[in-house]
Design a protein around this ligand. Structure first.
Ligand SMILES: [Ca+2]
Ligand SMILES: [Ca+2]
Ligand SMILES: [Ca+2]
Length: 139
């Protein structure tokens, strides 16, 4: 009988724990994790931490982001153009990636090596909210 009570207490504690964990995780962007083989762009600084989660990942070059929309955290379409809105980047694609100011890989640009992160593009040559094309060197 006492054992059952103790077991019930453990179950209750575990249930409490599972409630707490998703709540804490919700504060960080679910997409702040960028999976291997991709370059992830984010509309906010620090990979959208504490901001609306507009993001998108790429596995190959894209010469013009004007026809790409941001995704929401649940992968649904925001119907909001990515052009001139990138503020942070994670590179997991396996090679260097260059972000360009204009379509067709022209203008100011910054290159990010594999496994690098930059949560604040204001202080890079590409700058904040200027990216219009993405060149992934290995694809
Ligand atoms: Ca495009
Ligand atoms: Ca930076
Ligand atoms: Ca631009």
């Amino acid at each position: 009988m006492r054992l059952t009570k103790k077991a019930a207490a453990i179950v209750a504690a575990a249930a409490l724990f599972t409630v707490v964990v998703p709540a804490a995780a919700a504060e960080a962007s679910p997409r702040s994790t960028c999976y291997g083989g991709r370059v992830c762009l984010y509309a906010g600084f620090d990979y959208n931490r504490g901001q609306s989660d507009h993001w998108r990942d790429f596995t190959a070059d894209d010469s013009d982001l004007a026809d790409n929309n941001w995704l929401n955290w649940d992968f649904s379409n925001t119907w909001h153009s990515m052009d001139n809105e990138t503020s942070s980047v994670r590179n997991r694609v396996g090679c260097s990636t260059t972000l360009w100011q204009h379509a067709e890989y022209t203008g100011a640009h910054s290159t990010f090596t594999h496994n690098s992160n930059d949560g604040y593009l204001v202080n890079n040559a590409i700058g904040n909210n200027r990216t219009s094309s993405i060149d992934i060197w290995c694809r």
